[in-house]
Structure formats: structure tokens, C-alpha cells
Design a protein around this ligand. Structure first.
Ligand code: ADE
Ligand code: ZN
Length: 340
């Protein structure tokens, strides 16, 4: 039965709604880009890189993540990074991706907004097109920087607005509450962007309320801590705010102590549109199917629950309704024809 569940997950059509492209930088690629761009990295072997990926909290990871992205220098690097990610997820039956990038992580070290977005978008269009993976692109503001820097980034994005669907908010949550970004989120909404934000990953339940009330987001990234508050859970379910949950990330960053305590099942039982995603797969030990499997077994998720998670990934996406309906129907067909 367990092997069958893994097979079921592997073939399940799915969408990924929470993926930082810079977090898909595999150690092998880090060395390759460092070599071709003549950039120093503080590691001498792949094993040494992997050994460094031990985190007790979000900030431990972020320090290494920002160091890692220094190797991304040229449009070709951003193209290759994005192409490699798409090939991996397409092989896992991921049919649609809504991916993040961190423009300030690049512009702050002298790489232009244009270099990053052009490389990424060309790969999404060309390689995504070849693989049959559709996409939306979302730029995130770094919350450890000030709002003026986020506004500057929103202005830099203007010539590329047609390539972008949304804006998001990521990086160090604690001490950088949603209210810090109220103005820039309002500006982005007025410009027609969809809005998402990381909330309730490490931050308290109040940050989730403020993300809804002050930032007016369409979707919440993570949202684990909302489970501490029954009123908030009911509200998120009622307002159909999808949560983009990342199980292996939660384990690696010690947001959960073990997978038997992961809230994804309780989220589904509460009627929340919960989805499964990989966040930063090169750092957290797995892409989409690994993330599904990581909770399926410890939580004894049923076929109906796994099917619902896959449907939610399209229902919570920014695709037009007709495309969502088509993907949901494909999931129903797949589940109906799967032989256990
Ligand atoms: N940037 C990349 N991954 C992140 C995460 N899990 N939380 C906040 N910021 C991030
Ligand atoms: Zn994230």
C-alpha cells in the first residue's frame, strides 16, 4: 500500500505555488556558476556544502541562502537555474508553477533587475513551453530591508510589469511585521499585481491577521501559525485564502518538530485551501513529490486527501477559472483510473 501511495503521488498532476528560484540552486550548480563566473564560495566540496545545511531557525538558512545566490551573475545563470528547476518538477508531473524571485538579493550586489528577470522569464517561456509547464512569476520584497527599498524595486519592475503576476514578501519574519510594507503593497495592488506574503512561518498569529488586514493578500505563504487561533482558521477557510505550505522546509527550519505533528491534515479538515510546496528544495532536501511523501506517510493521508491537496494547488493558483477546471478534471480522471 505504501509503495502504491508513492506511485499515486508521483503520477498526480499538481501545481507548485511556493518556490524561491534562488532556493532551487543545487550545490553542483553553485560550484559550476562559481567556476564560470570566478566567484569565491566558502566550500571546497559538495559534501561540505551539504553538511552546512543544518538549520535551527529561519535566519540560519537565510544567511546561507543569500551567500549562495552570489554565484548568480549573468542572464544565462538565471536562465540555467530556472530551466533546471522546470525539468525537475516536470518529471514529477507538476503542470503549473508560480515561482518567486528576490530582485533585491541581486540588485543589492550590483546585478540588474533586467538581468535577473530576463533570464528567468526566458527560461519559463522557452523551457516551460517545451515541457508543457505553465507559469506565473512573482517578485518578493525582502522584509529585512526597508519599505523605501521595496518601493524602489516596485518602480524598477515597471518596464517588466507584463512579465509579472504578483508581488510577495519574504526573508526574516520576526521583527519585520506586515505593517512595515503597508504602503508598497497598496501601491502594488493599485498597479494590478496579485498579492502574496509569507506569514506565520515563525511569526505570531498577529502577523497573519495583519497580513490579511493591512496587506490585503490574495494568498498566504506558509501560514502554519494560524492553526493557533480557531477564529483565524475559520476566517481563512471562509475567505478562501489558500495557504502554500512547505512540509520539508518546516521540518528543516524546525517550524515543526516532527512530521506526525505537521498541521497540513488539520488544515484540510478545517476547510482551508491548503497546498503542498517545496519552498527552497535544494536546501531542504526535496522537490514536490518528496514534500507530498514527507507528510503522506506520517499523517496517514488518504487518497482523497492527497487528491484534494493536488486540486487545491490549482484552485489556489492565479490561473483563469477555465484552466483550473481543466486541471481539476484531469486530477479526477487520474484518481479514478489509478489501479491500487
Ligand atoms: N526566502 C526563501 N525561503 C524563505 C522562507 N522559507 N521564509 C522566508 N523567506 C524565505
Ligand atoms: Zn518561502
Amino acid at each position: 500500500m505504501n509503495a502504491n501511495i508513492d506511485e499515486f503521488i508521483a503520477g498526480l498532476p499538481k501545481a507548485e505555488l511556493h518556490l524561491h528560484l534562488e532556493g532551487s540552486l543545487e550545490p553542483e550548480q553553485m560550484f559550476e556558476f562559481a567556476r564560470r563566473n570566478d566567484i569565491d564560495i566558502p566550500y571546497t566540496s559538495i559534501a561540505e556544502v551539504k553538511a552546512a545545511y543544518q538549520f535551527s531557525k529561519l535566519q540560519d538558512f537565510l544567511d546561507i541562502y543569500y551567500m549562495g545566490m552570489n554565484v548568480l551573475q549573468t542572464e544565462q545563470d538565471f536562465f540555467d537555474l530556472t530551466a533546471a528547476y522546470l525539468r525537475k518538477v516536470a518529471a514529477e508531473n507538476t503542470r503549473h508553477v508560480e515561482v518567486f524571485f528576490d530582485p533585491q538579493g541581486h540588485t543589492e550586489r550590483g546585478i540588474s533587475f533586467k538581468t535577473a528577470i530576463t533570464g528567468i522569464h526566458n527560461a519559463l517561456t522557452q523551457v516551460g513551453g517545451e515541457l508543457g509547464v505553465s507559469f506565473k512569476l512573482i517578485m518578493c520584497f525582502l522584509r529585512h530591508l526597508d519599505e523605501a527599498s521595496a518601493i524602489k524595486t516596485l518602480n524598477q519592475a515597471k518596464p517588466f510589469k507584463h512579465l509579472l503576476t504578483g508581488v510577495g514578501l519574504d526573508s526574516s519574519e520576526l521583527g519585520n511585521p506586515p505593517e512595515k510594507f503597508e504602503i508598497v503593497f497598496k501601491m502594488a495592488k493599485d498597479q494590478g499585481y496579485k498579492l502574496v506574503a509569507h506569514a506565520g512561518e515563525e511569526g505570531p498569529v498577529e502577523y497573519v491577521y495583519d497580513t490579511l488586514d493591512l496587506l490585503n493578500v490574495d494568498r498566504i505563504d506558509h501560514g502554519n501559525r494560524c492553526m493557533d487561533d480557531a477564529i483565524l482558521v475559520a476566517r481563512i477557510a471562509k475567505q478562501k485564502i489558500a495557504l502554500t505550505v512547505c512540509p520539508l522546509s518546516n521540518l528543516k527550519l524546525q517550524v515543526v518538530t516532527d512530521m506526525t505533528k505537521h498541521p497540513i491534515k488539520a488544515m484540510l479538515e478545517s476547510g482551508i485551501i491548503a497546498t503542498i510546496n517545496s519552498d527552497d528544495p535544494a536546501y531542504f532536501g526535496g522537490y514536490m513529490n518528496d514534500n507530498y511523501r514527507s507528510v503522506a506517510h506520517p499523517l496517514n493521508l488518504s487518497i482523497a486527501e492527497l487528491t484534494l491537496l493536488a486540486k487545491n494547488s490549482f484552485i489556489g493558483s492565479f490561473l483563469p477559472q477555465a484552466a483550473i477546471d481543466k486541471h481539476v478534471a484531469a486530477i479526477d480522471d487520474y484518481a479514478a483510473s489509478f489501479k491500487f
